[in-house]
Ligand binder design. Sequence first.
Ligand SMILES: Nc1ncnc2c1ncn2[C@@H]1O[C@H](COP(=O)(O)OP(=O)(O)O)[C@@H](O)[C@H]1O
Ligand SMILES: [Mg+2]
Length: 487
Amino acid sequence: MRALVIFRHLAPLVLSFLRDRKRWWFFGAPMRRTPAFHQARAERLVAAIAELGPSFVKLGQVFSSRSDLLPEPYVSAISTLTDQVPPVPSPIIEHEIERAYGRPVRSVFERFETEPLAAASLGQVHRATYQGEQVVVKVLRPGVEELVRKDMALARPVLRWLERRVPNPHLRNARTVIEEFAARVPEEMDFVHEAGNAQRIRENFKDNPRVVIPRVIPELVRPRVLVLEYVEGTRVDRLSSRPGERPQDPRGVVSTVMELYLRMMLVDGFFHADPHPGNVLVTPDGKVVVLDFCMVIPVTRELRWQLVTTIFAAIRRDAAGVVAGFELLGMIDAGADPEQVRGLADRLLTLAYVEMPMRERVELVTNEVMAALYDWPVRLPSEMVYFARTAALIEGLGVRYDDSFNAITFASPIALRMRRDILVSLGQGELPPVDLPTVVGAALGLAAGKAVKAGREFMRRLGLGFPSDDDDAPSDRRRPPTLLAGD
Ligand SMILES: Nc1ncnc2c1ncn2[C@@H]1O[C@H](COP(=O)(O)OP(=O)(O)O)[C@@H](O)[C@H]1O
Ligand SMILES: [Mg+2]
């Protein structure tokens, strides 16, 4: 039975982790652990996860970008998971393709490479030629849906039980990640859905010459097989110039990645929710390629407003605004001590802006902020999990290429340049269910009476002007604010 298999693999590790903190049943002190022990245990953990199959591997990848939830050396060990998945033998993959199209592989593709380009947890990617064009064929592993469904059905009750036993904000955040994953994973296993996502994102970026989204071959889309244009590129975290090549400018690349994700989050409201370095390539001429569209989430207009106000508060270094933004975003527990939260925001802003070498910053953040967050009344609502992962991706890239990289000062000019598009996107279509000036006022941390005025003033100064009171008549509110015309 699946539950037994999982238990057999994980129980020894769980016990070992419990021993770090707790006495052994009735006697004995917590065990002392050496770095070598942690390293060895991290390797055992990764082996167990790889053994347990797709859902665990996929989930492991999700956690590999969450150094806030999982300490070293476990995060690093888990990020090697992708290389540990054994590929499905080519005849089985070809059989899947034949079943999907109802004809032999060689009659669909002129050339089909039996050696996979990538073997991932849920699917496998092969290169091929279709009507003279270089393509990739993405095939779902046989039987993967059933396995993942079983695992998720088991995970939910176990997590709920654990959370009752160990009421810890960390564990709760981890549960948010897993619940969110369980809710999204069925979509991930439907390539018709993925094809639709890819086409929509491609459309959203068609005017950006620095971004490449591979074209879908529409006539070859099936629920279990997806064919896309092949795009040559290097993983974004492995840039290097080979002799004779024009060196890629890492700063420009990071800037494009930042712009790309900010735009999806704040302008398009259609967000690529699997931001890890394996899904972002850089072409030889420095363009950024985004891959893997199985996980894409909508960002509602209301949420975009909340994000915009929080981000711009951070850009203004306004701690009260940041706190108000966190509250709007549902990141602060109801019973939280306002002083404590304000202290956290202050500290975060100071850390974000202070000039210091990256190593010191990382040390400070891990020692101080992460330690504090552990017990703090802060949580990450589900969409925020993806934004946090994106922040981790960009921070990781930035630091890789520039020791003194600072994500906020780097993002500020990009966000400001985008403000016009952000406003257009916020001003069109359905009205948000919140009163916009009040949201901004709240983000400024002002009393309700002053909020509307302050909100207008703040947005005006940013160049994100509101229509005046008179323009607030319902019929007029659907058009984008007037300031845009001359912006
Ligand atoms: N259109 C493409 N062009 C070039 N390489 C691709 C393309 N699509 C996928 N790949 C390669 O295959 C790998 C896995 O594809 P991806 O879509 O990320 O699948 P998964 O959901 O299994 O991670 C990518 O990391 C990349 O190396
Ligand atoms: Mg991928």
